[in-house]
Design a protein around this ligand. Structure first.
Ligand code: NAD
Length: 494
């Protein structure tokens, strides 16, 4: 057995797995070895949770003035900017995504820490008029306690940062479990938090399998909040387990995101962004606009052009400068995407392009060619399910009302796009879509200042924005009578 490297961060120390177990991480673009990390045991997770509890009860971080916690987060942002290349390369190797995309992620992560750093001392607490001038009634927000954080492999450090930054801003302690396939940037992040002097035990990192290492983070009695980003099936298990322990839950789950193109849209911009919406990062984006809904009068030309442009997309590894998109994450994931496309075609969709692994030049990795399925109906499994790959399905509509009905016909509700040159159409449609983020004449940008999250099965709660900070606090009402007096409810009888 390989010696277990000290890649778990528990109670302020780098430690190996207590069982000595390891996991080899490989790059999905060429199956090269990226590194060997420790695979935590249930006992390691227990130690991490208890360390976080002790750190929280010890109050060093909780009692650090909020403005100082904010300064700390801004220093984290600065350190990330200094080490951006190292972080981006680690992310690109673990995920196979293009270096330029990983670099963009690192910029977004620094922006997220900066934002929560700036608002750390802006407590949403308030005074309440108690109707009695002698009473001071105030609502304060306090940290929740120990947060369990479970994150996916598509934006490994970005998704973790949306949790770590607000949790620390609010004064919590946490245990993070990143996706087992992409642990390296989480390790680097713990190095930064440690280097900058975060009190020991406030941040803990456990690596490994979802069932063994992730599950206790939603069931352990010492966890107060579990914040999860990942697939719907896992999210449901976590919510069930958290419900038994009456824990707060924050869930960022999948999406099946409509991208509606009206006939009066700027054609070139809508076409270009339809590609971007569906195929950016190989479609491995929870908010990917993989459900194209296009007006019937332009559908034929639009889809022909989309197919031609999809066929020109160059796939390649993270450091291939000609590459425009990267691989999937694993063989198992590619099997799922392959099966999903097969079922879509069997149910009546027409395969216009893709549906294959990209030819012999891509055999060294787990690639899947950009795929377009048209002639789709809303009950086709490729339209209903989140495929989580580079697959765009096409449906058509004739009226605005029909476009809205189709776009809302999904159990998910994460994001969507509307392309039109008519401001009235844009306003009406965006207000009626039951999805958490709507882009009008754009696709994908998001801002750390603006809430992110899902309607319906896309999740519970919001990340980013002021609500993203509030998520990591408990509201407490303090009612203070400055003129104590006998109440008279139970008069003294002796
Ligand atoms: P996943 O649900 O398989 O895994 C996510 C995490 O959960 C991993 O760390 C995994 O190890 C862990 N896990 C698995 N089983 C567990 C269990 N029983 N208990 C606790 N933890 C467990 O998801 P994935 O395949 O890594 O990521 C892709 C999914 O994430 C997609 O559905 C995507 O839409 C979603 N996602 C959503 C957002 C968002 O903001 N809404 C962002 C990114 C990804």
């Amino acid at each position: 057995m390989t010696d277990s490297p000290a890649t778990l961060f528990i109670d302020g120390a780098w430690v190996p797995s207590s069982t000595g177990e390891t996991r080899t991480i490989t790059c999905p673009a060429d199956r090269s070895e990226v590194g060997i990390v420790s695979e935590a045991s249930a006992e390691d997770v227990e130690l991490a949770i208890l360390a976080a509890r002790r750190a929280f009860e010890g109050r060093e971080w909780v009692d650090t003035p909020a403005a100082k916690r904010g300064d700390f987060l801004i220093k984290v942002a600065e350190r990330l900017e200094e080490r951006k290349d190292e972080f981006a390369r680690a992310e690109a190797k673990d995920t196979g995504k293009r270096l330029v995309e990983a670099e963009g992620d690192m910029d977004d992560i620094a922006a997220c820490f900066r934002y929560f750093g700036k608002i750390a001392d802006q407590s949403p607490g308030r005074l309440v008029d108690a109707g009695n001038p002698a009473v001071i009634s105030r609502v304060v927000h306090e940290p929740i306690g120990v947060c369990g954080m479970i994150t996916p492999w598509n934006f490994p450090l970005l998704q973790a940062s949306w949790k770590i930054a607000p949790a620390l801003a609010a004064g919590n302690a946490f245990v993070l479990k990143p996706a087992e396939l992409t642990p390296h940037t989480a390790i680097l992040m713990m190095e930064v938090l440690d280097e900058l002097g975060l009190p020991k035990g406030v941040a803990n990192l456990v690596l490994g399998d979802g069932g063994v290492v992730g599950a206790p983070l939603s069931s352990h009695p010492e966890i107060d909040l579990v914040s999860f980003t990942g697939g719907l099936a896992t999210g449901r298990k976590i919510a069930e387990s958290a419900a038994t322990g009456i824990k707060k839950v924050a869930l960022e789950l999948g999406g099946k995101n409509p991208n509606i193109v009206f006939a009066d849209a700027d054609y070139e911009a809508a076409l270009d962004n339809a590609l971007n919406a569906g195929f950016l990062d190989s479609g491995l984006v929870c908010s990917a606009g993989t459900r194209l809904i296009v007006h019937e009068s332009i559908a034929e030309r639009f889809v022909d052009d989309l197919v031609a442009r999809a066929e020109d997309i160059v796939m390649g590894g993270p450091f291939d400068e000609a590459a425009e998109t990267g691989p999937l994450i694993s063989e198992a994931h590619r099997d799922k995407v392959t099966d999903y496309v097969t079922r879509g075609v069997e149910a009546g969709a027409r395969l216009r392009t893709g549906g294959n692994w990209g030819g012999p030049e891509h055999e060294q990795g787990v690639f899947y060619a950009p795929t377009v399925l048209d002639q789709c109906t809303w009950d086709n499994p490729a339209v209903v399910e989140e495929g989580f790959g580079p697959v765009i399905t096409v449906e058509t509509f004739s009226t605005e009302e029909e476009a809205i009905e189709i776009a809302n016909h999904t159990e998910y509700g994460l994001a969507g796009g509307v392309w039109t040159s008519d401001a009235g159409t844009a306003n009406r449609v965006s207000r009626r879509l039951r999805h958490g983020t709507i882009w009008i004449n754009d696709y994908h940008p998001y801002l750390p200042q603006a809430e992110w999250g899902g309607f319906k099965m896309s999740g519970v709660g919001r990340e980013l924005g002021p609500s993203g900070l509030e998520e990591y606090t408990e509201a407490k009402h303090i009612y203070e009578n400055t003129e104590p007096a006998v109440s008279g409810w139970f008069p003294r009888k002796r």
